[in-house]
Design a protein around this ligand. Structure first.
Ligand code: PMP
Length: 316
């Protein structure tokens, strides 16, 4: 669907997947005026389909749109469009435990603009694809390297929203890290070069003496929906969870480290390498806390446990 001049979006329509027409002078191509979201549909054992907290993705897209001077679909329009797209593709939702349907909503400045300014017209679209595990390791531990040359975000920048440019800027550090055999990069803050921020596409947590800590959200970290959900799930299971500044030195004596995100779900971290030191966690296996939170979250998302938080949306 496209925006009207008053910034509202008409009800959209389904189209077969394929190339779209885009104006060469569009705001998204020239000035990076683009946002995306990522969420998943899971199949329950009875064959029905569940979405996980889609209104949170709608709200995050609206927050990002405000920062990029773009109009955005309402929460209802967003969620209705997700439902419509998933139902039209329901044969692509894998069986329970065999993966999920990844849903990718995009909002972009599709109108032509030559001088730097917000585009005069916007396009909102959604495409989907079945997916398995994000990291080739699956639930096996991943190996991270702390990045001290490149930064993902700066205070006052756009690190806190899901804008396309944030991802272009991490490609090089990720490529170098992968070339050295690491799974991904763990970023530090760009002011003190000392506090943990996040990984290229997921949030990070550390566990020490059963206390779970994660970097607080202060504009340079994406407010992950999995992060927020894991904080609630962990507290519900009796853990103390702290959102605070987490210094890189705390990696040295952490008991467990794990990452959270829609794509990675909960991924245990087997080692972190920083400033020449490699610290190992979990004796090559999955730490107990990471395993417990992974199981709690995935069973909720697949409809295998009681959804007492009311987070899932059943489609059919
Ligand atoms: N940080 C970044 C940079 C991300 O791209 C993502 C994925 N959306 C996350 C964290 C995790 O967010 P979520 O749990 O909402 O997927």
């Amino acid at each position: 669907t496209k925006s009207s001049p008053d910034g509202t979006f008409a009800k959209g329509e389904l189209q077969h997947f394929g190339p779209i027409n885009l104006n060469p002078a569009s705001g998204v191509l020239n000035y990076g005026q683009g946002l995306f979201e990522g969420l998943k549909a899971y199949r329950k054992e009875d064959g029905s389909i569940l979405l996980f907290r889609p209104e949170e993705n709608a709200l995050r897209m609206r927050m990002g749109a405000e920062r990029l001077c773009m109009p955005a679909p309402t929460v209802k329009q967003f969620v209705d469009a997700v439902k419509l797209t998933v139902l039209a593709n329901k044969r692509w939702v894998p069986p329970t435990g065999k993966g999920s349907l990844y849903i990718r909503p995009l909002l972009m400045g599709s109108g032509a603009v030559l001088g730097l300014a917000p585009a005069p017209e916007y396009t909102f679209l959604i495409f989907v694809s079945p997916v398995g595990n994000y990291f080739k390791e699956g639930l096996a531990p991943i190996n991270l390297i702390v990045e001290d040359e490149f930064h993902r975000a700066t205070p006052g920048g756009t690190g806190g929203i899901k804008t396309i440019g944030n991802y272009a800027s991490v490609l090089k550090a990720q490529k170098i890290a992968k070339g050295k055999g690491f799974s991904d990069v763990l970023y530090l803050d760009s002011v003190n070069h000392k506090y943990l921020e996040e990984v290229s596409s997921c949030n990070v947590f550390i566990v020490k003496d059963k206390i779970i800590s994660t970097p607080e959200i202060k504009g340079t970290i994406l407010p992950g929906i999995t992060r927020k959900s894991i904080i609630d799930v962990a507290r519900d299971q009796g853990y103390q969870v702290e959102e605070r500044l987490v210094s890189v030195e705390e990696l040295l004596d952490a008991d467990e480290v794990f990452c959270t995100g829609t794509a990675v779900v909960v991924s245990p971290v087997g080692s972190v390498t920083f400033f020449g030191n490699r610290v190992d966690y979990g004796n090559g296996g999955v730490g107990a806390v990471s395993q417990q939170l992974y199981s709690a979250l995935t069973s909720l998302q697949m409809g295998l446990s009681d959804d007492k938080m009311g987070w899932t949306v059943q489609l059919n």
